[in-house]
Design a protein around this ligand. Structure first.
Ligand code: NAD
Length: 489
């Protein structure tokens, strides 16, 4: 049985201690208190997990029919829902997320991912081609989809269960087995999910978890393992670069969902109330720790002052503090280390000449949370576009608002970045909306909305924001390889 106070690896259907016998501390970022210990995985643990995953891939998982496998994944979805409160508590303990957010977003989406990809996998078609030949008898080619083998899943801390299952569910639905390396900051829900897999009767070795750090530890060992066919990764761009290098010797398939520096563009013809509410959400949701958050906001000059005042009023009114209070809208950052980075960005903005419209410091959240990693929701204006805080991802509850005069200028500013994950455009001008969508370099452009996701659509970024697309059948394309069989008639 699982011990949530001392999280072991999960390998071959059992919770096992790390070879090193080392455990590190898991801290609740809302209180700064230790909530448990976590196994520090290394290359030996990864070897064991990959071997178990390979046995399951060649054995029980391969011999089950597609229908049996997908039924098992449906049971996993039900299992998450049946233990909703345990998942919620585990996710909140690791991240300090407000209950209002985690109970609406993280846990329901974690369960839904299994149901969704089971449905997608059932609907995947294979194709056939008839070919003419000189002898007139012809040939028929048919194309099958085949799983890759053992897939390594490396996930971040910002939406732990949601982003982990976004990759585990399609990988398994396609017939692969997985070794998962969750973020060292947020290990709990990956372990709880292991228990759900066992309870759902999924064969041992199909889902394995090795906890621990990235560089020189479990993460890196997974990327270098010769028996891991593919790595699917969500996290920072610079980590993606290191992983790409580690995967190169074995030419592993990779799918990367990386960082962003996303623009929101507000035209004077927009429904301003909706644009203000939407931008507040896209800046401050999950304490600004969503890869899709807007850190660069551009507003057409005639409505600039009104927009800044209204956004600042919303920022000042946000309830920041106790994650368990249903009125709380913003929790802490993930850790004190991350808070140091965000506070350094706050200082850098001031040094670069920013006007701090609101925030820029540490809020008073009361004695109980005084050791938590909280920062104030923050808005700046007045920066030069070359300021480092406008170039690099901050991943905190902060945006800079800048005026523009023409559509061309807005496009140039939006695209003046090394990243290209997403953008939000607020306008009521139909053709302008489409022009902007085409002109912006990003994997996803929202018009008059943000974070509205249809899971069938391709998701991923351009430039430094990633490689490949996942979502719906695009995930199945990554987690399978096609084989062409040519039959001469
Ligand atoms: P991170 O890159 O620091 O860590 C992510 C994971 O990679 C962790 O499990 C970590 O242990 C592991 N890791 C670190 N170094 C490694 C190495 N050398 N080899 C193998 N594994 C290694 O990212 P984070 O701080 O956890 O997450 C925040 C980042 O994720 C932000 O940049 C954010 O934009 C990005 N993100 C992107 C998306 C997207 O869909 N594009 C979604 C969420 C988060």
């Amino acid at each position: 049985m699982i011990n949530m106070k001392k999280l072991d690896h999960f390998i071959d259907g059992a919770f096992v201690a790390p070879h090193s016998e080392d455990y590190f501390s898991n801290v609740d970022p809302a209180t700064g208190k230790e909530i448990g210990k976590v196994a520090a995985g290394d290359a030996q643990d990864i070897d064991d997990a990959v071997a178990a995953a390979r046995r399951a891939f060649d054995g029980p998982w391969a011999t089950m029919s597609l229908g049996q496998r997908l039924d098992a994944l449906q049971r996993v979805a039900h299992g998450i829902r049946a233990r909703f409160d345990e998942f919620l508590e585990a996710e909140m303990g690791d991240t300090g997320k407000p209950r209002a957010f985690a109970s609406k977003v993280d846990i329901p989406r974690g369960a839904a991912n299994f149901e969704f990809f089971a449905t997608i996998a059932r609907a995947m078609e294979e194709s056939a081609y008839q070919t003419e030949t000189r002898d007139g008898r012809g040939a028929v080619n048919y194309v099958t989809r085949n799983p890759l083998g053992v897939v390594g899943v490396i996930s971040p801390w910002n939406l732990p269960l949601l982003l982990l299952t976004w990759k585990v569910a399609p990988a398994l639905a396609a017939g692969n087995t997985v070794v998962v390396k969750p973020s060292e900051e947020t290990p709990a829900t990956a372990s709880l999910l292991a228990q759900v897999f066992n309870d759902a009767g999924v064969p041992k070795g199909v889902y394995n978890v090795v906890h621990g750090y990235g560089p020189d530890a479990a993460g890196e060992a997974l990327t270098k393992h010769p028996d891991v066919a593919a790595i699917t990764f969500t996290g920072e761009t610079r980590t993606g670069s290191a992983i790409m290098k580690a995967c190169a010797p074995h030419i592993k398939d990779i799918s990367f969902e990386l960082g962003g520096k996303n623009p929101a563009i507000i035209f004077a013809d927009a429904d301003l109330d909706a644009a203000i509410a939407g931008t507040a959400r896209s800046t401050f949701s999950n304490t600004g720790q969503v890869c899709l958050c807007s850190e660069r906001v551009y507003v057409e000059r005639p409505v600039f002052d009104e927009f800044v005042d209204a956004l600042a009023a919303r920022a000042k009114n946000l309830n920041v503090g106790d994650p368990f209070d249903d009125a709380t809208e913003m929790g802490p950052l993930i850790s004190h280390d991350h808070r140091q980075k965000v506070l350094a960005a706050f200082q850098s903005a001031v040094d670069s000449g920013a006007e701090v419209v609101t925030g820029g410091g540490i809020p008073d959240v009361g004695r109980k949370f005084a050791e938590g990693a909280f920062v104030e929701p923050t808005i700046w204006t007045g920066l030069d576009h070359n300021a480092s805080v406008l170039r690099d991802e901050i991943f905190g509850p902060v945006c800079h608002v800048m005026p523009f005069d023409t559509e061309e200028e807005a496009i140039a500013l939006a695209n003046d970045t090394r990243y290209g994950l997403c953008a939000a455009v607020w306008t009521n001008h139909l053709s302008r909306a489409h022009r902007m969508a085409h002109a912006i370099d990003a994997g996803l452009v929202w018009i008059n909305s943000w974070f509205l996701r249809d899971l069938r659509t391709p998701f991923g970024g351009v430039k430094l924001s990633g490689i490949g697309r996942e979502g719906g059948r695009h995930s199945m394309d990554f987690y399978t390889e096609t084989k062409t069989v040519c039959v001469k008639l």
